[in-house]
Write a protein that binds this ligand. Structure first.
Ligand SMILES: *[C@@H]1O[C@H](CO)[C@@H](O)[C@H](O)[C@H]1NC(C)=O
Length: 271
């Protein structure tokens, strides 16, 4: 009875050893840039498993696939190269995650072996910074004071790390500078506006990523300067006194816009 237990124990140890061999020692790690053309070599399976390339066919080496997902890599059975089989798009695969690892399983038969293959997909600068809109409209009162901030929607770049948006450039202009912080972009009033001089301002804002050369995206910021009724009315007739009793209409000329233009009806008498 004791012998039997010992045998079972020994068997279990072998099974455990085989399992651990397959699962722990079996991981292979590679790295590949996204968008490599199909046929590009990622690594060599035969070398990394310590197998002769000539044995790969006998061992029926293959990438395991349940048929439901796309296969991105293949094995060249004549030399053991792991190659790109179809387009690997990092953004499509991993979105804006900083790290992107493609997991595949490698099967060998006689004896059966299963290895995990982890392929780190590296970002290339294949996306441009983009603003959500072509135009950004902002209305600013001419009474706005220097230092006033007007938030601008940030640009987005599907690439990660240094290939994401790194800097912004605002077209040179008289009134505004740019305030860029980690998660915000502001137009900052640097010189106060005067609607009587300028009513509308178009500014080109450019977002740049960290590629070399950088890729860029632009948006036009259309600023409308709103009236603050800051001009003192001036009467059109300065010498209106008359010796007769009369009623006269005077137009108040105000250099501010329409809502503040008024007509005064004056009546007076000569006593
Ligand atoms: C497989 O490797 C052989 C030998 O290096 C090469 O001639 C062949 O073009 C490769 N096939 C593919 C699909 O890469």
């Amino acid at each position: 009875f004791n012998n039997m237990l010992a045998t079972i124990g020994f068997g279990a140890q072998i099974v455990a050893l085989l399992l651990s061999f397959n699962l722990v020692d079996g991981d292979l790690s590679y790295s590949v840039s996204e968008e490599m053309r199909s046929g590009s070599v990622i690594g060599n399976i035969a070398k990394d498993l310590g197998l002769e390339a000539g044995k790969l066919s006998d061992r029926k080496v293959r990438i395991d696939n349940d048929g439901s997902r796309k296969i991105y890599v293949a094995i060249n059975l004549s030399n053991g190269d792991l190659i790109v089989a179809s387009r690997i798009d990092r953004e499509g695969l991993c979105g804006d995650k900083a790290s992107c690892v493609l997991k595949e399983e490698l099967m060998l038969e006689n004896p059966l072996e299963l290895h995990r293959i982890n392929i780190r997909v590296q970002d290339i600068n294949d996306n441009y910074p983009r603003f959500n809109k072509e135009f950004i409209k902002i209305e600013i009162s001419e009474s706005a004071v220097k230092g006033a901030r007007f938030p601008i929607e940030e640009a987005h770049d599907a690439d990660v790390g240094q290939y994401s948006v790194q800097t912004y450039n605002l077209q040179r202009n008289d009134n505004f500078i740019l305030g860029v912080e980690t998660n915000s972009v502001d137009l900052i009033l640097n010189k106060e506006l005067d609607r009587e001089k300028i009513k509308e301002i178009d500014l080109l804002l450019t977002a740049l990523d960290g590629g070399s050369p950088p890729k860029s995206g632009t948006v036009i910021i259309h600023v409308t300067v709103l009236d603050a009724n800051d001009n003192v009315p001036v009467f059109s007739q300065s010498r209106w006194a008359s010796l007769t009793c009369r009623t006269e209409t005077l137009t108040r000329t105000d250099r501010s816009a329409a809502p503040f233009k008024q007509t005064l009806l004056l009546s007076w008498f000569l006593l």
